[in-house]
Design a binder for this molecule. Structure first.
Ligand SMILES: Nc1nc2c(ncn2[C@@H]2O[C@H](COP(=O)(O)OP(=O)(O)OP(=O)(O)O)[C@@H](O)[C@H]2O)c(=O)[nH]1
Ligand SMILES: [Mg+2]
Length: 339
């Protein structure tokens, strides 16, 4: 199944029912007072984060969501029923924007979180509301208000704890395959990974964390070279970054520096995250290999996905970094307002 990380849908809230214009009719009472009921409110449209969903694929097949309109008011003070709401399940990590203005309407991070994205129209008032001492028989009732309608751009950002960043062929997919049950495609040519992979890494005592393997980035990716850097959005919310450079790189420190530069071009806040440098493919490194001087105070760890060297230490270090970074860089969801 292809990973779909964006979709466009149309949401239409229900219109409010019209208020009713009516007068009481009773035997022997020639001139009854106004008794028109109010219209019901139109149904709202909500988005709800659901851990049952992991992609936006469903929205390829269904694009329009419409809530019910409110019923009209009737005579004898009968108010119209409210329209039924529509609740659209989306995967956790979905951000919804109004396509026309680009304004963010919802940022759904936690299971069960609900945000109102299109408000149902208010029901119109019946004619009794317009009566006054001087105007006892109003021949007017209010029409219902229109429900809101939006085209929504949905975007799914994977939520992982650890993001792997590196040049193509650095061994990102091999590492996630060695540490989790994920089975990404691995090959000795660049840009093997075209869509992000998530892997769940089991840690001691039934704990686990999520690691994201994304396509490789190269120098100039910010200007569109290679596959570009748009994939970095998938690691915007990770708590920790692991930068991978192969032990056979001609200049490990320079490659590390280039990767940081591309990340900074995407979003400087990426550099504020805790990160470490992993020197990969240590099984093919020459015997006299010595760790490079990288010019920052980050941890450097030598690993091999083939022999397993360093992977237990890596798990310990990542876990410790996740624990102490908890909550960093997670944008607060916007409130949907009262209903
Ligand atoms: N000897 C050795 N080879 C490795 C190791 N890790 C990865 N490789 C090899 O390096 C090549 C690239 O590995 P991938 O895991 O596909 O690299 P990647 O970083 O995911 O590459 P892209 O998806 O293209 O960005 C493959 O031929 C792997 O078999 C390692 O620890 N030791
Ligand atoms: Mg890969």
């Amino acid at each position: 199944m292809k990973f779909v990380d964006s979709a466009k849908i149309e949401v239409q809230a229900g219109d409010g029912g019209n208020g009713c214009m009516s007068f009481r009719r009773e035997k022997y009472v020639p001139k009854g007072g106004p008794d028109g009921g109010d219209g019901g409110r139109g149904g709202h449209v909500y988005l709800r984060a659901s851990s049952q969903m992991s992609t936006l694929l469903d929205f390829r097949y269904r694009k329009r969501y419409k809530a019910q309109r409110g019923a009209h008011g009737q005579g004898a003070k009968k108010n119209g029923k409210m329209g039924r709401d529509v609740i659209i399940p989306v995967p956790c990590g979905t951000v919804a924007r109004d396509a026309a203005s680009g304004r963010m309407l919802a940022d759904l991070t936690e299971e069960g979180q609900e945000v109102l994205v299109a408000r149902g129209g208010r029901g119109g008032k019946g004619n009794p509301h317009f009566a006054s001492a001087t105007h006892q028989a109003p021949r007017y009732a209010e029409p219902g208000a229109k429900g809101e309608r939006f085209d929504l751009d949905l975007e799914l950002k994977l939520i992982a704890d650890v993001g792997l960043v590196g040049f193509p062929n650095a061994g990102k997919s091999t590492l996630i395959a060695a540490m989790s049950a994920a089975k990404p495609k691995i090959a000795d040519y660049p840009f093997t990974t075209l869509v992000p992979n998530l892997g769940i890494v089991a840690y001691r005592n039934y704990r686990s964390f999520v690691m994201a393997d994304i396509p490789g980035i190269i120098e100039g990716a910010a200007e569109g070279k290679g596959l570009g850097i748009q994939f970095l959005k998938h690691i915007e919310r990770t708590k920790v970054l692991a930068v991978l450079v192969s032990s056979d790189s001609p200049d490990i420190a320079a490659e590390y520096g280039m990767l940081l530069k591309e990340m900074e071009a995407f979003d400087p806040r990426l550099l504020e995250k805790p990160r470490m440098l992993l020197i990969t493919k240590m099984d093919i490194a020459p015997e006299e290999f010595s760790a490079p001087v990288i010019g920052d105070d980050r941890e450097v760890l030598n690993v091999s996905s083939v022999t397993g060297r360093g992977l237990d230490t890596l798990k310990d270090m990542l876990w410790a970094a996740i624990e102490s970074a908890d909550g960093t860089f997670i944008e607060k969801p916007e409130k949907g307002g009262e209903t």
